[in-house]
Design a protein around this ligand. Structure first.
Ligand code: IPE
Ligand code: IPE
Ligand code: MG
Length: 260
């Protein structure tokens, strides 16, 4: 095996190969957010039903989390279902809920083998009971894992998250536990679903659309954005490396004049 090629240990069922040629391994984004888009169009392009694309997208996520881990990424936040996705036909929504429930059942062993800690962001309101149970189980079963964090956004919306934070901060203020002048960025961040996680350094959107679609609105204030026309089911570790290479070529100034 040549230098720059990482491979997972033999116990992994599907070894993931990541070609790191050209990457600065000392400047890997800590937190990568991914809007996993294009599943439906990917399926349609093959004359298949949209749900086939969701199934394929779930497989892609497994591969990309493993690749991100090999590269030293600490957190992957993956947008699986938005608060706006309830507008879709009930058959598609039900399929996605079943897929999530299956994914969270079948992948626990693999998460544990690979030391992946699973977390969730989003509202539990409206989610089927079985999905909530699987979420709780996944959190509990992987809580002691110390490797990469897979932060799954399910029934997530950035505006809903901010609304939720504002309500709980206001409630604390109204109850006299928090002075209004003490509300600062830290207080807000402590009330977001992402509490305790660093802000994403890099936001990836496959599928060709150039928008945020209500993902991590507060947290992406200074994230670098990388998009590709490739649909999510076709997204490979090579695309991930390409995105990180682009990230490494950016000058992050955070409003100042010099790169940090
Ligand atoms: C993303 O793929 C998955 C979800 C939003 C659940 P889409 O289902 O949005 O696929 P396209 O964008 O219609 O191709
Ligand atoms: C964003 O994709 C949500 C997820 C990937 C889960 P959408 O397909 O819902 O976004 P829009 O509707 O194209 O903005
Ligand atoms: Mg879409």
């Amino acid at each position: 095996m040549f230098k720059g090629l990482f491979q997972t240990k033999s116990k992994a069922k599907n070894p993931v190969v990541v070609d790191t040629t050209g990457l600065d391994m000392n400047n890997i984004p800590q937190h990568i957010a991914i809007i996993m888009d294009g599943n439906g169009r990917w399926a349609k392009a093959q004359g298949k039903v949209r749900t086939f694309g969701h199934q394929a997208g779930a497989e892609t996520l497994k591969t990309i989390v493993r690749a991100a881990d090999k590269l030293g990424v600490k957190v992957v936040s993956a947008y699986a279902f938005s608060t706006e996705n309830w507008k879709r036909p009930v058959t598609e929504v039900s399929f996605i809920m079943e897929l999530l429930s299956r994914y969270l059942t079948n992948e626990i062993d693999e998460f544990n083998e690979n030391n992946v800690q699973v977390r969730f962001i989003g509202s539990r309101e409206g989610l089927p009971e079985i999905v909530k149970q699987k979420m709780d189980h996944a959190i509990e079963a992987t809580k002691d894992n110390t490797g990469i964090i897979l932060n799954l956004a399910i029934n997530y919306g950035g505006q809903a998250e901010i609304l939720h934070a504002v309500r709980s901060i206001a409630a604390e203020a109204a109850a006299g536990r928090l002075a209004v002048e003490d509300i600062d960025n830290k207080v807000i961040e402590d009330h977001l679903y992402t509490q305790g996680l660093p802000a994403p350094d890099l936001l990836i959107r496959p599928g060709g659309d150039l928008r945020i679609s209500n993902f991590l609105l507060w947290q992406i204030a200074y994230a670098e954005i990388w998009t590709t026309k490739t649909f999510w089911p076709d997204f490979t570790p090579d695309h991930l490396v390409e995105a990180i290479l682009a990230f490494q070529g950016r000058e992050r100034r955070f409003g100042g004049l010099v790169s940090r």
